[in-house]
Design a protein around this ligand. Sequence first.
Ligand SMILES: [Zn+2]
Ligand SMILES: [Zn+2]
Length: 162
Amino acid sequence: MPRKPRLRRRPLGTTRPHRPAQLICQCDQCGGLVDRRYGTFGDSWCPHCDAVGSVIAQEGQIPMPALYGDWVRKERGRRTDAQAAQPSATTGFPTPASLPASTEGSAMKTAKTHTGTYSCLECMTEFDLVAETHLKCDACGGPLLQGTLEELSDEEPDDEHA
Ligand SMILES: [Zn+2]
Ligand SMILES: [Zn+2]
């Protein structure tokens, strides 16, 4: 038996949830969009250009799209101007003067250190050094040589350092 098509059509207007169109406010002086909080018409203020009574409103669309376009272009130009002004201040960030300081700092980190037994032949003192950077005798300020006093005194210093 043939099915009877269900009638689903309803009169237009009742199916649609009635949503009030959004009221869009715009300043007719500068073209910028303005929040509804700033009021409309005579009792309004534009936060962009400080004009009073310049805000117009329209439901669902921008009242003056062309004017808004002008405003957007103006804002974009202002923003790029601000961006263009900034790099000049930040490009000088890695100054050439700061480079030698940083290389010096890295050189300090990789500085050779001396660990082990070192001896001063000036005052015949042995030192146990741990990560010492300056091979200098604490007692007399003389140079420290690697090895015990016994080892160093057995060898001829002239042969070791030609
Ligand atoms: Zn304005
Ligand atoms: Zn010494």
